[in-house]
Design a protein around this ligand. Structure first.
Ligand code: F6P
Length: 321
């Protein structure tokens, strides 16, 4: 890339705490190396519609402390059609974009891969509370979501303990149990249900709750499980006699002030994306592996198989009561 080139940045899919810290890092590090940075509103939908405006250093001051995304976000089915994709490419060209940073989850990366293939150098940055992108150990927003869910479960525990009740808590995560497992370990749950390891309900949930009847039990259920949390709560009451309450944490888990971990990885990832585009590389995703920021070809990243945290699951099973 030569000087005074323009790069775009968009956030796409479900918002995640830390997306704003990425935007700030891309704007500031991009401008520091002579790039103009164009913010695109509402993800790929905004790209197709041409909703774009220039971002300067002061425009992003202090946004790293904010949850959500100041650029707004959307899921964009048009990116799955040839016509929608063509419009996105034409619009990127009309905006004079020499590169694009796409911040989001798996679907966002798929869009980025298609744009790269059609000649718009695009770099993906992983941001989703689900932590479900195989090429990276970590996705921006996950730590904040874990802590928000943990605080909520700690509160539930106060009331659950007082009444010797069971609390069934449904957490997000789409088809992944990563959020549920991490929350279950951190909150000292009696049982966890995750899609990756279907449980024997009698052995791993009901009998544990019967044993705990003079105490309390927290059961964490990932939303992607085949067992619905509401059905499980009814079954626990029916088959153990323990009074049980259901709480669905829902979108509360997606909001709030990003943690230090989310802000710092966001800053590193934003800077790496700018370095890549500045050096003329597109078709890449930024990842974290073993605590280090790396980047990988977007196609090989998308071809990777999901990795399950077996050690954390074993630890959960060893310490739950
Ligand atoms: O991908 C993030 C996520 O919050 C998932 O955990 C959840 O399944 C989904 O998005 C909810 O999507 P929406 O905000 O569109 O209801």
């Amino acid at each position: 890339m030569t000087d005074e080139k323009k790069i775009g940045i968009l956030t796409s899919g479900g918002d995640a705490p830390g997306m704003n810290a990425v935007i700030r890092a891309v704007v500031r590090s991009g401008r520091a190396v002579g790039l103009r940075v164009i913010g695109i509103r509402s993800g790929y939908a905004g790209l197709i519609a041409g909703e774009a405006f220039e971002l300067r250093d002061r425009d992003v001051a202090g946004i790293d402390r904010l949850g959500g995304t100041v650029l707004h976000t959307a899921r964009c089915p048009e990116m799955y059609s040839d016509a929608g994709l063509r419009q996105a490419v034409e619009r990127a060209r009309a905006l004079g974009l020499d590169g694009l940073v796409a911040v989001g989850g798996d679907g966002t990366f798929r869009g980025a891969e298609k744009l790269s293939r059609l000649g718009i150098p695009t770099v993906g940055i992983p941001a989703t509370i689900d932590n479900d992108i195989p090429c990276t150990d970590y996705t921006i927003g996950f730590d904040t979501a874990c802590n928000v869910a943990l605080e909520a479960v700690d509160r539930l525990r106060d009331t659950s303990e007082s009444h010797f009740r069971c609390s069934v808590v449904e957490v997000m995560g789409h088809t992944s149990g990563s959020l549920a497992l991490n929350v279950a370990v951190a909150c000292g749950a009696a049982a966890v249900l995750i899609p990756e390891r279907p449980a024997d309900l009698e052995k791993e949930v009901l009998s544990v709750i019967r044993e705990n009847r003079r105490h309390h039990s927290i059961v964490v259920v990932a939303e992607g499980c085949s067992v619905r949390a509401a059905d499980l709560a009814e079954r626990i009451l029916a088959e153990t006699g323990v009074e049980t309450r259901l709480t669905v944490l829902g979108h509360i888990q997606r909001g709030g002030t990003p943690t230090s971990m989310d802000r710092s990885f966001a800053a590193l990832a934003g800077c790496r994306a700018v370095e890549l585009l500045k050096s003329g590389a597109g078709d890449r995703v930024v990842c974290r592996r073993g605590g280090t920021v790396v980047d990988e070809d977007i196609r090989s990243a998308l071809a990777r198989e999901p990795v399950f945290d077996e050690a954390l699951y074993d630890a959960f099973r060893a310490i739950r009561r």
